[in-house]
Write a protein that binds this ligand. Sequence first.
Ligand code: AVI
Length: 322
Amino acid sequence: MSQVTTLMTTDIDNRFLNDVIAGLSQQQKNLPCKYFYDDNGAALFEQITELDEYYVTRTELSILTKHSQAIAKLLPDNLSIIEPGCGSGKKIAYLLAHLVNVKSFVPFEISNEMLNYSLAHLSPLFPELAISPLLGDFTHSQMVKQLSRETQLDSQTNLVYFPGSTIGNFSPLKAIEIMKNFHRLCGINGYVLIGIDLLKDRQVLLDAYDDKQGVTAAFNKNLLQRINAELNADFDLSQFNHQSRFNEKLSRIEMHLISNCDQTVTVNGESFSFSQGESIHTENSHKYALQAFTELSAQAGLRLEQTWQDEQGYFALCLLRP
Ligand code: AVI
């Protein structure tokens, strides 16, 4: 079994409390969406990916099924691959099936459970593959330095694989910062393969983030449960409702938790008051037009070389190069 290297756990622990207190102290209360993914949240997210309304995963997988071979043909042999936020590790399997002599695979994940799941999934499928799993927060600015130290990446030609439209969960400014890190990681002759969710009908988007079964609502509320469990807080989950909104101006779906009543919540001894109808903004999911994403990538020094889309034009896989 591959040895998991843990990056910056103590830092993560302290950051969670600081980020929650800071977010709840803002006029528009907010909580960073990266904290959705404790073990329970990661499992709920896996359920979301199977929902009828959530077209995202299904569509991306259909693109991978159809085009992985063509994508692999554009990539060199002996490649090292890094997958930040690898989740269950299922998506890299499509590419690995067509790549020759992959030097190493570095799955990088914030959820221990998902990291172990991805190892258990990939090891039997690719017994020859050298896997160097990393546990940590890839959005942290120190990521590149730590990652390079802990792994034997090539200095010139790596592939950074970032499917799932996770890039959409960051503000455009943070997305540029993250893609700049990918640029450094992939090396001067390297490749970055990113999945983006394209702009589409507003109702399709709203339904995808507010499914009938209430799995997305449970995923959103799990964040409050996690804060209760880990940060000595007393959120009453029955007093908050899930809501998805489409912010047209900023081209993004937003998830909120709406307070049902006037109430006070305590987190680690600090009190926060909520009025009835007040929201905690928990997630943004940006939806891009291809042109806008091309311009964003250019600001990270990456040029769009090729894209693959589904027939409905819901989703795109974008191959970027320095
Ligand atoms: C992980 N990320 C790309 C998902 C998304 O679609 O923004 C997270 C998610 N939130 C609600 N449903 C799915």
